[in-house]
Design a binder for this molecule. Structure first.
Ligand code: KG4
Ligand code: ZN
Length: 343
């Protein structure tokens, strides 16, 4: 591969949950390779991610995934500028596998190490496909473990406007899916079932909290769905799972879109972005685009494959840290509760 001497080539590793991923990214925006080895089939048997199994599978897969990423990018280790890795938040055992691997590699090939915050990675997925996209903007970050509304003022410069006070959106999707017998991971299954259901057949509560709050709460709607199911089962009423999925999704999407638009208005930005696994949701993407257009905001959303966990987003985030001069030592540790903005 022909490289310019000023090109920044980063090998990124991601292992915070149930995907073992590696990618090679050029200058933060050009994905030269992206390899994702999913463990979903294994965890589906247990109805959710089993941390011990996740760590073991990461160990089995990581060498292969990194080698494939390097081969697909037609790169040798000497071509790299740096090695990046997610060091939090996530499952501690899972994070440690990627971190130990990245440290060993960085040491062996004598390249700098850059630790990346997983959510910062999700946000930076927006820089990959639209190479002209840049801050400032308001971002809705919705994943299995996080739900945040952020004002992204610059690269790596975030104001947290709101966050969930209880369950993350993806967690609510996964729990509701389990309750209606759809299995793990629930998001894509509810997304598909909702297309066959009537979103107005069952009206679940919309939780907006205080009038000026950008926080979220999803435990109430999750409980409302569980109560509806229990009541129907006790009284022997038939349950139309497609209608339940559609009603649940309608309520969640309405709140996510409404609060994002309010946040964008409040900060006076022109651009809105979404990130994280739930931003792969077809209804959320469609509704957010409609409302952004109505209100004069542009909308940026990564392709579904860059919404869910991947390493290309980590390579992008690492680039913006690298150009700011951030380097980590080999004493970098996994931090399962790492907060956005902490270093
Ligand atoms: O970002 P992600 O891959 O991992 C975390 O960082 O948590 O997000 C995973 C979450 C899961 O809860 C999954 O059910 C949800 O994203 N998800 C979806 C969809 N695809 C994945 N939720 C709703 N609709 C989807 N199409
Ligand atoms: Zn994630």
């Amino acid at each position: 591969m022909a490289l310019e001497s000023k090109d920044v080539i980063i090998l990124a590793v991601e292992s915070s949950c149930d995907e073992t991923a590696a990618a090679v990214v050029k200058n933060g925006r050009h994905v030269l390779s992206s390899v994702i080895s999913s463990q979903i089939d294994i965890h589906t048997v247990f109805g959710g991610v089993v941390p011990e199994i996740a760590s073991r599978k990461h160990i089995e897969n990581i060498d292969y995934v990194i080698k494939k990423a390097m081969d697909d990018a037609e790169m040798a280790f000497e071509d790299l500028t740096a090695v990046a890795v997610t060091y939090g938040p996530g499952l501690v055992g899972a994070l440690l596998v990627g971190l130990a691997e990245a440290k060993a590699l960085a040491y062996a090939v004598n390249k700098p190490l850059i630790g990346v915050h997983h959510i910062e990675g999700h946000i930076c997925a927006n820089y990959i496909e639209d190479i002209n996209f840049e801050p400032p903007y308001v971002a809705l970050v919705v994943s299995g473990g996080h739900s945040h509304l952020l004002h992204v003022k610059g690269y790596g410069d975030y104001e947290i406007m709101g966050r969930t006070r209880d369950d993350a959106v993806g967690e609510a999707y996964d729990k509701v899916a389990r309750a209606i017998g759809m299995g793990y991971p629930g998001g894509p299954k509810i997304d598909a079932a909702a297309k066959e259901g009537n979103p107005d057949a069952i009206v679940f509560p919309r939780v907006y909290l205080e009038e000026d709050s950008f926080d979220f709460s999803f435990s109430g709607i999750k409980s409302a769905v569980l109560n509806y199911l229990n009541k129907a089962r006790m009284t022997g009423e038939p349950i139309n799972v497609n209608d339940v999925a559609a009603g649940f999704q309608e309520a969640v999407v309405e709140v996510l879109v409404e609060k994002t638009i309010r946040a964008a208005r409040a900060r006076g930005v022109e651009k809105v972005a979404m990130a994280g696994g739930v931003s792969a949701n077809s209804s959320l993407r469609k509704r957010m685009l409609e409302k952004c257009s109505e209100n004069g905001f542009s909308l940026n959303v990564p392709s579904p494959v860059y919404c869910t966990d991947n390493a290309a987003m980590i390579g992008s985030a690492a680039y913006f840290e690298y150009v700011k001069g951030v380097r980590d030592g080999l004493n970098l540790n996994a931090n399962p509760n790492l907060k956005l903005g902490d270093r």
